[in-house]
Ligand binder design. Structure first.
Ligand SMILES: Cc1cc2nc3c(=O)[nH]c(=O)nc-3n(C[C@H](O)[C@H](O)[C@H](O)COP(=O)(O)O)c2cc1C
Length: 335
């Protein structure tokens, strides 16, 4: 396989990363044996993510998929994050390094890239084993982030309360509500971005304590998974992903850590539900940082558990996001 084909395959993996509201805020280019990852600022959530933090967490997750896909070709990925201070939109470059076989764990995560899905309901009562939680904490640490499962019921209740407060504030704010409505898709939508109706229940059953979902339905009908609606009411394990700093490199690290955690969890049948509303409101995020995260910056709030049903996901085709592409023929002709 030519280098450019291998890098194109890496882009095919990248697009399956999670992204805030499924905005898929990225573009890619393959030139001279190098894959560049850029932020697509037209897809920035200008109301809820003005700084671009969640956009870069999303792009960091896409970069992690690229790293895995390169490993799967039998090469060590050579990655530079934010390589050029004069080009802030250029988030990373990736080249194929020396030949090296990937270990089993890397291949197992790579195999989950297309299967992992965001969950938007309660979980079944099956407990996530402590050993798996410890492994997820270690996975996050490898990427320079910290995953802290909430062990105290009081902390879980506080996180549920700040989520509810943020959800209410955002629902009552016209600019926030309109931005949400723009990315929640009605049944039958042909869009290949945004959150499709098959991925969110319009009236999810309450977990105890209750972690409100984002209102992607905006009053419209949607279905989500019937199994989840019938049987799954446990909140699962609530966890917060944090970083020591809060700069673009920290956000890229958080995204890579997030995806590493999610794919490792997915390989063990565990899914994540996200509740990041409170992290989009300055004072609530500061509260979570100071009171619950020992001063580290919260990047994601999530619940982890075993889902009862399946969730749909959509993506734009690679041709929409890959801007340039060295044709293998052209590369061969010059070799
Ligand atoms: C930074 C970030 C924040 C997110 N916040 C939420 C959230 O608050 N609620 C939610 O339901 N999903 C959230 N998501 C999940 C996305 O909606 C999801 O990744 C996207 O719709 C694609 O679906 P998939 O993950 O099933 O492939 C978030 C994802 C990222 C990367």
């Amino acid at each position: 396989m030519h280098t450019s084909q291998e890098l194109r395959a890496a882009v095919e993996a990248a697009i399956w990363a999670p992204s805030v509201h499924n905005t898929q805020p990225w573009t890619f280019a393959v030139t001279d044996g190098e894959l560049s990852v850029r932020a697509d600022t037209d897809r920035l959530l200008r109301v809820s993510d003005a700084e671009g933090r969640e956009m870069l967490v999303s792009c960091g997750a896409a970069l992690f998929n690229i790293r895995l896909a390169v490993w799967a070709t039998g090469h060590r990925p050579v990655v530079r994050v934010l390589p050029d201070p004069d080009r802030p939109g250029l988030l990373a470059t990736v080249r194929l390094g020396d030949r090296q076989d990937a270990d089993e764990q890397t291949l197992a995560m790579n195999a989950q890239i297309r299967h992992r899905r965001t969950h938007r309901a309660g979980f079944t009562r099956k407990q996530v084993p402590d050993a798996l939680l410890e492994a997820l904490v270690a996975q996050a640490r490898t990427e320079g982030a910290r995953l802290t499962p909430a062990v105290s019921e009081a902390v879980v209740r506080v996180l549920a309360s700040v989520t509810a407060a943020a959800q209410d504030v955002q629902a009552g704010d016209r600019a926030f509500a309109l931005e949400m409505l723009r990315w929640g898709r009605p049944p039958g939508s042909r869009y290949r971005d945004g959150v499709p109706a098959g991925a969110y229940p319009s009236e999810p059953r309450r977990t105890r304590p209750h972690f409100p979902q984002r209102d992607y339905a905006g009053g419209r009908a949607s279905w989500g998974s019937e199994e989840d609606q019938r049987t799954a009411t446990a909140p699962g394990v609530v966890a917060v992903l944090t970083t020591p700093g809060d700069t673009p490199p920290d956000w890229m690290a958080a995204g890579q850590a997030l995806q590493r955690v999610l794919l490792h969890a997915s390989a063990h049948g565990v899914s994540a539900a996200f509740h990041t509303q409170a992290l989009e409101l300055y004072h609530l995020r500061e509260f979570v940082r100071q009171e619950l995260c020992s001063g580290e910056y919260p990047q994601m709030i999530m619940r982890l558990g075993y889902p009862a049903g399946e969730t749909r996901a959509v993506r734009r085709p690679v041709s929409d996001v890959l801007e340039e592409f060295d044709r293998p023929g052209a590369e061969g002709a010059c070799a």
